[in-house]
Design a protein around this ligand. Structure first.
Ligand code: GRF
Length: 217
């Protein structure tokens, strides 16, 4: 069966990109990364793509007079490469409504909180400041509003006594690296449907009905 053609858009480190590269390295995985685009020429993630022999494009936002022309350049690059699904992975530019609408339900993002809580930047600092006992990560389809859209996969992480933002970020990131490949696999298998802005996953195995309690005991 043909594998789904995926582009990953990054701005920096690219550890989620690496998790997706690793997943797609299995020939049985139903998706293939055919293009990595960065808006930052110095993004570390570009080297990860090169090592994996994935074509890269730098679309520097500073070269464009406005968002619409930047978005149009992205769209051209994606279409030229025959991309079917876009994965935002630490991509730090807001995309315009027209672009988001064109890629509706064909563009995902990963965010380091349990959405809809803690949208935006500095999530771990804000989780700690709020005294929340759980956080986590979310993979969702992209809508025009920031960190908004139907939720595909979430993973919860307990906040532990003595956590600082760096320690918490590290544990959440480890979950991101599992959640994103899982979401990509489900979408590429054609098991994900959006109905009334909620995701339905066909054939999902119901987890044991359980609750996490934090703190324990
Ligand atoms: C991740 O925490 C992701 O959830 C957020 O930006 C960070 C990107 O990290 N959107 P990396 O570039 O994938 O290492």
């Amino acid at each position: 069966m043909a594998r789904l053609s995926v582009a990953v858009l990054i701005s920096g480190r690219g550890s989620n990109l690496q998790a997706l590269i690793d997943a797609c390295g299995d020939p049985a995985f139903p998706a293939e990364i055919r293009l990595v685009i960065s808006n930052e020429p110095a993004a570390q993630g570009l080297a990860r793509a090169e090592r994996a022999r994935i074509p890269i494009r730098v679309v520097g936002h500073k070269q464009f007079p406005d968002r619409a022309s930047f978005d149009a350049a992205l769209d051209r690059a994606l279409n030229e490469a025959g991309i079917e699904l876009v994965c935002l992975a630490g991509f730090m530019r807001m995309l315009g409504d027209a672009f988001v609408t064109r890629w509706r339900d064909r563009m995902m993002n990963i965010h380091p909180s349990l959405l809809p809580a803690f949208k935006g930047l500095k999530t771990h600092e804000r989780v700690l400041a709020a005294g929340a006992r759980f956080t986590g990560c979310t993979v969702h389809f992209v809508r025009p509003a920031m960190d908004d859209g139907p939720i595909i996969v979430q993973s919860a992480v307990a906040v532990l006594p003595g956590d600082d933002a760096a320690r918490l970020a590290e544990r959440v990131l480890a979950e991101e690296h599992k959640a994103y490949p899982l979401a990509l696999r489900l979408v590429a298998q054609g098991r994900v449907t959006v109905r009334e802005e909620r995701v339905e996953i066909s054939g999902a195995i119901a987890p044991a009905p359980t609750a996490l309690i934090n703190p324990s005991g």
